[in-house]
Design a binder for this molecule. Structure first.
Ligand code: SD4
Length: 314
């Protein structure tokens, strides 16, 4: 499979632990190209925060990516609304929810973090803040997303698709040369959602959590499942309690499966990284991929998964 930059995105099975410093990891195979940008920041001694912001901006601007930024599929009213959040090594966080007409919601989220006393801005207020701060209003629809919407209108059935064409939210975690962690998460959310629906991606602790002392985690998939279980926060808590990133991801996914009555049609994938640069990845079911870039590794891996076979219904 070729990436947008024409590079080979073959998915590899992970053989043994993945570790590195500096390091950047991100969700799905389109993370490969985004990581490249982030790596250019990290390898020149830049800050993890700049790396994750600039990295996910690649996906936000990718017109072929129908679930992030410009070109993202609209909601059921034909409107593209975007969710994003960012966290730095100081535990500071910024987020925007259901923002319209802005190509780089991640940069607005960063501005909320750095220039306001708040953490989250939503809807019209978020857009107004962006416009007041120099962001340009653009039409986020593309010929492709308009065509997707037209096709969807034929049935108007809302049904999330598992591992949507392997194109989903981009979540990215990085450790820079100083050993600092940061993370970013950005998405157009579930395609054809109810107007105003906000997912996990802009919710600190759900879609993303960073604790510079212990580690960071980021999620993709059906946000409703992640929000109800604060999966990123849970994974970081597990690392705080000395669990490996892999075990931490497994705990977070198993918690969702335990608590949610029916995950038979759902996918959630989670990535985690600890202070040592060790990587974890796990998903409810097969198909979740993630990209890793270190000095030695530049690859897309298939995550381990727990396909639920039975459910307690608790
Ligand atoms: C959401 N988690 O809005 C995001 C989108 C996603 O598979 O990752 N979809 O729920």
């Amino acid at each position: 499979m070729l990436g947008t930059t024409g590079l080979d995105l073959t998915v590899f099975e992970r053989e043994g632990p993945i570790q590195g410093k500096p390091i950047v990891i991100s969700t799905w195979n389109f993370g490969y190209d985004a990581n490249k940008k982030a790596w250019s920041v990290l390898s020149s001694g830049g800050r993890a925060l700049d790396a994750v912001e600039q990295g996910v901006m690649v996906a936000e601007s990718d017109l072929n990516n129908t679930s992030v930024g410009r070109g993202g599929n609209p909601d059921r009213d034909g409107i593209v609304t975007l969710d994003a959040c960012i966290m730095n090594e100081k535990g500071e966080a910024g987020s925007v929810a259901a923002i319209e007409n802005i190509e780089h919601p991640i940069s607005v989220a960063r501005m909320v973090m750095e220039k306001t006393p708040h953490v989250m801005l939503a809807g019209d207020g978020a857009k107004q803040f962006a416009l007041e701060n120099g962001f340009e209003a653009i039409d986020l629809l593309t010929e492709k997303s308009k065509a997707n919407y037209k096709e969807w209108l034929k049935t108007s059935k809302y049904k999330p698709i598992i591992n949507i064409e392997n194109h989903d939210t981009i979540g990215m975690l990085a450790i820079d040369a100083r050993g600092n962690l940061s993370g970013a998460c950005t998405t157009s959310g579930l395609a054809f959602k109810i107007h105003g629906r906000v997912g996990d991606s802009p919710i600190i602790g759900a879609g993303l959590y960073v604790d510079n002392q212990y580690g960071a985690a980021v999620c993709t998939g059906i946000g409703e499942l992640v929000m109800k279980n604060l999966s990123s926060f849970l994974a970081v808590e597990e690392m705080r309690h000395k669990k490996s990133p892999q075990k931490a991801c497994e705990t977070a996914i198993k918690r969702i499966i335990e608590k949610i009555p029916d995950v038979s049609n759902a996918q959630v994938g989670i990535l985690a990284i600890n202070k040592k640069g060790e990587v974890g990845a796990y998903a409810i079911r097969e198909g979740f991929t993630y990209a890793v870039h270190t000095n030695e590794i530049e690859k897309v891996f298939g995550a381990k998964f727990k396909m639920p076979t039975e459910h307690s219904g608790k």
